[in-house]
Design a protein around this ligand. Structure first.
Ligand code: AMP
Ligand code: GLY
Length: 600
């Protein structure tokens, strides 16, 4: 197959690399010195691009960047009967205009954040009151990642409106949006007009510096697949976002044939769509394509022909990590012409973006320079390979995040218990095939009771058990022993599952806002032990169970989730307990998952 890839960056380099691997004959317009089959042409000269593609007798054209899509390059190529991956101008509006996209989502019931549209400074300020403290202010048009400001309070929001109006005009079209909390995931789909074929999930890292600090960028690195985006979560994304979008495209008469990128935030109450892109993501593509097995070019051709029925993308085992190396000053004031050395020593693929070749050397020529690929059976192994490779590359004052993928690693947890461990079992099960999969790794089960039934539960799941008897020990001393144990195991958070002791302030402070408990009552109505006995003695028809953070008070911490338990059928206290425990097992994992997703 003869394929033309339009574009010149890291995404296009990865596409060309993947298509060559499929045995295609590939041309890249305009490409770059690093990309095989590059043909010089002005990137914004559609006449020349169309003429070149026709002259080359191309079977398939894949358009990388958003600008040519918005100009209508796909429409022009199709008018010559060519097979094209890339939407027409109308479809490209889903990315080019945030207002268009939000209207589309609303109209077609795509799960998304609540929003209002505003023209100009004064209207925007007047509408800010419709939102609480968390609001996101967005410029309507393409802004290369600089048109979105996430605000923590009204004052910041006012400043954001002023700033965007200063940058884009006093009459700028703005979108105000409810600020959502959660983890982000990018889902890239091949859309053939009727169907969507989902590629493996990816996660970008938009901020310049480690721990998501610093300014927004085009993306400083990506991983694929995203461990916590389980098949169940992906199915929910498909149902709440992808399928309504497909129905909307049909209803609007948009014959979308190309890549549709869903920028999603997974909240405690399910996935919400933040944005569409009308193309492959960059740097997601550099991490996703190495994870797709089989013949990718056939999938792209089927996309262009409206013929994806029955096809699926094959997800290869393991993980990919793509690390972006950026130039000094990126994203604000990029410095060019720095020598990039060491590339020959790198054994894994390196995709070039803003580089320039001169003689035998490479120089910086743009903001994002390279994406260095690492692969491995685990996410950690892929990270290690990528970072080992990147360490061989040298450029003066180059910028590289050292934590790409860290946020997607499961959090290491210890569960504390005193009894038979039924909640411990439910939590462990949920890490294997339930809502905690990919989010939480229970590495240690700790009990104060040498006879506790939960010990066998932990052993059954292959989890390390520590018995720290509390009998006769001073509380301070006991908790200090626990803290040493947890520190040695590098524990991030502690879950209490029928742990019959009150933690000391020292312990609570050491794990501030990282200890979760499940309480067999409404914490506002009944504190302390024996919640079910209390409900039974009160002859309650209904009671509540509560999952909450543990602070220094007695059951006074932030409530994460509650569930109601119907007790009307209970004839005895043990029946109340059985009904309650059943509800606990279902609620606990779900509540912890929601907390982990939305936690900073
Ligand atoms: P966008 O260009 O729309 O993808 O926005 C850029 C980034 O801003 C996203 O990747 C999010 O990190 C953040 N963002 C956008 N909209 C929201 C929202 N409604 N709530 C929270 N964060 C958001
Ligand atoms: N990585 C985000 C984008 O391609 O827009």
């Amino acid at each position: 197959m003869r394929v033309a890839v339009i574009g010149s960056g890291g995404r296009e380099h990865a596409l060309v690399w993947r298509l060559l691997g499929d045995g295609c004959e590939v041309f890249c317009l305009p490409g770059s010195a690093a990309i095989a089959g590059s043909l010089a042409v002005r990137a914004d000269d559609d006449d020349s691009i169309v003429a070149k593609v026709l002259e080359l007798a191309i079977d398939l054209v894949v358009i990388g960047p958003e600008a040519p899509l918005q100009r209508g390059l796909a429409d022009r190529l199709r008018s010559h009967g060519l097979a094209v991956v890339g939407p027409d101008r109308k479809g490209a509006q889903l990315e080019a205009s945030k207002a268009f996209a939000k209207q589309f989502m609303d109209k077609h019931a795509v799960a998304t954040a609540r929003y209002r549209q505003a023209r100009g400074h004064d209207q925007a300020l007047a509408l800010l009151g419709d939102f609480g403290d968390g609001v996101v202010v967005k410029f309507d048009g393409l802004a290369a990642g600089k048109g979105v400001i996430v605000c923590a309070d009204q004052h910041q929001a006012e400043q954001a409106v002023a700033q965007l109006c200063a940058n884009y005009g006093q009459d700028a079209e703005l979108v105000l949006e409810e600020r959502l909390r959660g983890r982000e995931v990018s889902v890239l789909a091949l859309v053939d007009g009727k169907r969507a074929l989902l590629l493996p999930t990816a996660q970008d890292h938009k901020r310049l510096r480690d721990n998501d600090c610093g300014p927004n960028t085009g993306g400083m690195g990506a991983i694929c697949p995203v461990p916590w985006c389980t098949p169940a979560r992906l199915a929910a994304i498909d149902a709440a976002i992808v399928q309504p979008t497909l129905r909307g495209l049909q209803a609007e008469g948009i014959d979308y044939r190309g890549v549709l990128y869903f920028g999603i935030i997974e909240t405690a109450t399910g996935p919400k769509l933040l944005e569409y892109n009308a193309r492959f993501g960059d740097p997601e593509t550099q991490a996703v394509l190495p994870q797709v097995g089989g013949n990718f070019s056939e999938l792209l051709l089927a996309t262009a022909r409206g013929d994806l029925a029955g096809l699926q993308a094959q997800l290869l085992p393991g993980f990919s990590v793509a690390l972006v190396v950026a130039a000094h000053g990126y994203p604000e004031r990029v410095r060019k012409n720095d020598l990039i050395s060491g590339l020959d020593d790198v054994e894994t693929p390196v995709f070039h973006a803003g580089t320039r070749h001169s003689g035998t050397d490479w120089y910086s020529h743009g903001g994002r320079l390279l994406a260095v690929l690492g692969q491995g059976q685990s996410l950690q192994a892929a990270q290690q390979q990528a970072y080992t490779a990147a360490a061989k590359i040298h450029i003066a004052d180059g910028q590289l995040r050292t934590d790409i993928g860290n946020g997607s690693l499961a959090k290491r947890a210890a569960v504390l218990f005193s009894g038979r461990g039924s909640n411990l079992a439910a939590l462990l099960q949920a890490t294997q095939d339930g809502p905690l999969q990919g989010l939480l790794d229970i590495v240690l089960a700790v009990t104060n009771q040498p006879q506790a039934g939960g010990i066998a539960v932990a052993e059954h799941f292959g989890v390390a058990v520590a018995v720290v008897p509390s009998k006769g020990l001073d509380r301070q001393l006991h908790d200090r022993q626990l803290l040493t144990l947890l520190a040695d195991a590098d524990i991030d958070c502690v879950l209490l599952a029928g742990y019959m002791r009150v933690l000391t302030p020292t312990f609570v402070q050491a794990f501030a806002r990282r200890i979760v408990n499940i309480h067999p009552a409404d914490t506002q109505l009944h504190q302390g032990l024996h919640g079910y006995q209390w409900a039974w003695e009160q002859r309650l028809q209904k009671t509540k169970i509560t999952v909450h953070l543990v602070d220094e008070g007695l059951d006074t911490g932030t409530i994460l989730a509650q569930a109601e338990v119907d007790l009307s059928g209970a004839q005895a206290l043990d029946q109340v307990e059985a009904l309650g425990l059943n509800a606990e097992h279902a609620l606990y994992a779900r509540a912890v998952a929601g907390w982990l997703l939305e936690r900073d």
